[in-house]
Ligand binder design. Structure first.
Ligand code: NAD
Ligand code: G6P
Ligand code: MN
Length: 440
């Protein structure tokens, strides 16, 4: 069986150790000959890499491993680029969340003005990775889950239309796991779904078991009462995420015939989100105090003891969709997966040039999107507004246009007026000087 070479871009990510453990667990179906880490922050990456090196030496010494900040070393001789960079890291996420809140607007990693600010930082970073891949390993595929995936995907559609890049998100997978649990199934893989929308902005229209039995009635009944919080608790979930899963109950009520993505809460209940936010302590603070701190201290402990048992790192089982995607391409498995792809007629009454999240059959030539048909006015209206925001952000980045970015922030359903949008924009420009193009 062929063995693959992978580079993880954003080697210093809090998710990297979990992904390494997940890759090790999946070696039978996705055999590896080499793993490389690439990051532009050598110090941060080294802490993660040294611990991963120990884990790899213990569990799979035959896999070559290296970590580097040199693009040529990183991107030469690779079959897959797994990309999860965060341009500006957590301190900039904190600003994305806190600046809008100062103006009474919600602060979120990928939604509203915060997501737009993050998009303006990410576009250049991800395009640079695509260029390195095309230069040093032109036959490779990039599996990108760097956020904000909607804006990044639109930027690659516009600027790198022929690049072998697939944009993907784990939120539908997380929600489907909860649906499976609610329906009494062992795994979401026992379900087949129809879903349409934009990234972090979509709806399920069909959820069936593999025999074709409709699971929506039982899921609907549960969500109407409890949102996506299953009766029997699974792994512990942080309070802020639990609130999001619970709030799905109210999001669902706006269209009881479908099941919503949890991220719609930010667009449909922005007042609720603001009222439940602490402007001095946002999700970025929670992550820095918990996930980031825990992952980095576990890695330091493993490195100083020289053995993996010295630190507790959790396998990212949910991230096995990355292996599903890689094997679909590598072995032409024709797996059905939700991906972010050009609409191109899949949603018949929607912009063919929008990047949409829909089921695709994935094989060695990439994704073949399935037809999702005609969508109702409510979803179409919401999606048209949001896709215009995402396109305006990418145009603002390309043209270095202040006006287009002001229009984008103004048009976000999370922002009440052009006055507020301008005030937020001016504050965001101030703190993003090192990352955004200078706007005219
Ligand atoms: P993190 O800050 O811990 O890690 C990101 C790493 O990227 C850092 O080590 C940083 O130095 C590096 N980096 C930043 N800019 C870079 C550049 N231009 N080139 C190379 N490396 C660069 O962040 P995290 O919380 O672990 O998240 C990583 C990314 O994964 C984020 O974009 C996050 O939103 C995304 N993510 C996406 C999904 C999804 O559903 N699509 C799920 C989970 C995480
Ligand atoms: C989900 C989304 C990701 C997002 C993450 C944020 O997994 O699909 O796109 O980055 O949540 O989680 P965090 O714990 O960093 O707030
Ligand atoms: Mn996501």
């Amino acid at each position: 069986m062929k063995k693959f070479s992978v580079v993880i871009a954003g080697g210093g990510s809090t998710f990297t150790p979990g992904i390494i453990l997940m890759l090790l667990e999946n070696l039978k179906r996705f055999p590896l000959r080499a793993i490389k880490f690439y990051d532009n922050d050598a110090e941060r990456q080294e802490i993660i890499a040294k611990a991963c090196e120990i884990i790899l030496t213990e569990k799979a010494p035959e896999i070559e491993f290296c970590y580097t900040t040199d693009p040529k070393t990183a991107f030469t001789d690779v079959d897959f680029v797994m990309a999860h960079i965060r341009v500006g890291k957590y301190p900039m996420r904190e600003k994305d969340e806190k600046i809008p809140l100062r103006h009474g607007v919600l602060g979120q990693e990928t939604c509203g003005p915060g997501g737009i600010a993050y998009g303006m930082r990410s576009i250049g970073g991800v395009l640079e990775l695509v260029e390195y891949m095309e230069k040093y390993s032109p036959n490779a595929w990039m599996l990108n889950y760097s956020n904000p995936a909607a804006i990044v995907a639109e930027a690659t559609r516009r600027l790198k239309p022929n690049a072998k890049i697939l944009n993907i998100c784990d939120m539908p997978i997380g929600i489907e796991s909860r649906m499976a649990q609610i329906a009494g199934l062992k795994s979401r893989k026992e379900m087949r779904v129809r879903y349409y929308g934009l990234n972090h902005f979509g709806w399920w229209t069909q959820v069936e078991d593999l025999q074709g039995n409709d699971l929506l009635p039982v899921i609907r009944k549960h969500v109407a009462e409890h949102g996506y919080i299953p009766k029997v608790a699974g792994e512990p979930v942080e309070a802020s995420w639990n609130d999001t899963f619970g709030k799905a109950k109210d999001v669902w009520a706006l269209d009881p015939s479908t099941m919503p993505n949890t991220y719609l809460k930010y667009y449909l209940f922005p007042d609720y989100v603001v009222a439940h936010s602490d402007p001095h302590h946002t999700r970025a603070n929670e992550v820095m105090e918990h996930r980031e701190k825990n992952v980095f201290s576990a890695c330091r402990a493993i490195t100083s003891a020289g053995k993996s048992s010295a630190g507790h790192l959790e396998i990212d089982e949910h991230a096995s969709y990355i292996v599903d995607l890689a094997t679909a391409i590598a072995f032409n498995t024709q797996e059905r997966m939700l991906l972010i792809v050009p609409n191109n007629g899949s949603i018949i009454n929607f912009d063919p040039e929008a990047m949409v999240e829909i089921p695709c059959i994935v094989g060695s030539h990439g994704p073949e999107p399935l037809v999702m048909g005609k969508i109702p006015l409510f979803q179409k209206g919401m999606m048209s507004q949001q896709v215009a925001v995402e396109k305006l952000v990418v145009e603002a980045w390309i043209e270095k246009s202040y006006l287009k970015l002001w229009q984008a922030i103004t048009m976000s359903k999370t922002v009440p007026s052009a006055t507020v949008a301008k005030a937020i924009l001016d504050d965001l420009i101030e703190v993003n000087k090192d990352y955004w193009p200078e706007l005219k």
